[in-house]
Design a protein around this ligand. Structure first.
Ligand code: NDP
Length: 244
């Protein structure tokens, strides 16, 4: 990925930081975005220590002005955008009948609207370049559904649909659009799940262990690279067999 410029939303921690690291190790310049500026600065220091040019851009993934600024700042600093990883995501779990409108709106805004905004804005830049890779982080929940997560499951299923449609539209400009759907991965997001519920979910995983962010990042790195030049519109599942 030497010479490539990548943006990773939610790149300050968790799966996003692992992806940023992995792209940086492969020689890409990496822009990390998120809401927490201090965390992004720490991530940039780590990426620079790997020898990669890196930049922190505080931006809310669900806000159009923020997304447009993220794209603009990246172009000003690095001149192009080769890889976009739509990773920013949240959960607001609740049973369907108890779910508040706000739980629905917040999750859809960040997890689906955010992917739309970034894909549209980056797509325009990539069309002019006649090349690009857009990789969105979906979830097993978007394929299987998950009780207590109608908002999250709907958003992630939406990401998979958006990926397929965008892949068809953007293929003409040599822009490849794919998704990676992780299962249960050890991050702050899953640390918030009560131990009993986590254990019950792990019982459903044939590999009988939680996944690591690095194991998701490796697949993103592959999809960003030359080896994936004939793959578009796909969702690659990284879940220890949870969904087969
Ligand atoms: P974390 O909660 O550890 O990290 C979430 C990341 O998203 C943070 O970097 C956070 O940054 C960023 N983020 C959240 N909301 C916004 C926002 N509105 N604008 C910009 N950035 C935002 O989660 P994970 O690393 O576990 O999750 C990363 C992705 O992987 C998500 O899309 C998630 O849905 C998906 N996923 C995770 C799984 C898991 O088991 N962990 C399983 C399947 C999918 P900040 O707080 O600084 O804004």
């Amino acid at each position: 990925l030497a010479g490539n410029v990548a943006i990773v939303t939610g790149g300050g921690r968790g799966i996003g930081l692992a992806i940023a690291r992995s792209l940086a190790e492969d020689g890409a310049s990496v822009v990390v975005s998120g809401r927490d500026a201090a965390r992004l600065d720490a991530a940039v220091k780590e990426l620079e220590a790997l020898g990669a040019p890196a930049l922190a851009v505080p931006a809310d993934a669900g806000k159009r002005e923020d997304v447009d600024r993220l794209i603009e700042v990246t172009r000003e600093r690095f001149g192009r955008i080769d890889v976009v990883v739509n990773n920013a995501g949240i959960t607001r779990d609740q049973l369907l009948v108890r779910m508040k409108d706000d739980d629905w709106d917040q999750v859809l805004d960040t997890n689906l609207r955010g992917v739309f905004l970034m894909t549209r804005a980056a797509g325009k830049v990539m069309m002019r370049q006649r090349s690009g890779r857009i990789i969105s982080i979906a979830s097993t929940a978007g394929a299987m559904g998950n009780a207590g997560q109608v908002n999250y499951s709907a958003a992630k299923a939406g990401v998979i649909g958006l990926t397929k449609a965008a892949a068809r539209e953007l293929a003409h400009w040599n822009i490849l659009v794919n998704a990676v759907a992780p299962g249960l991965i050890e991050t702050d997001m899953t640390a918030a799940i009560p131990a009993e519920a986590r254990e019950a979910m792990l019982q459903q995983v044939p590999l009988k262990r939680i996944g690591q962010s690095r194991e998701v990042a490796e697949v993103v790195r592959f999809l960003a690279g030359d080896g994936a030049s004939y793959i578009t519109g796909q969702t690659i599942h990284v879940n220890g067999g949870l969904y087969i």
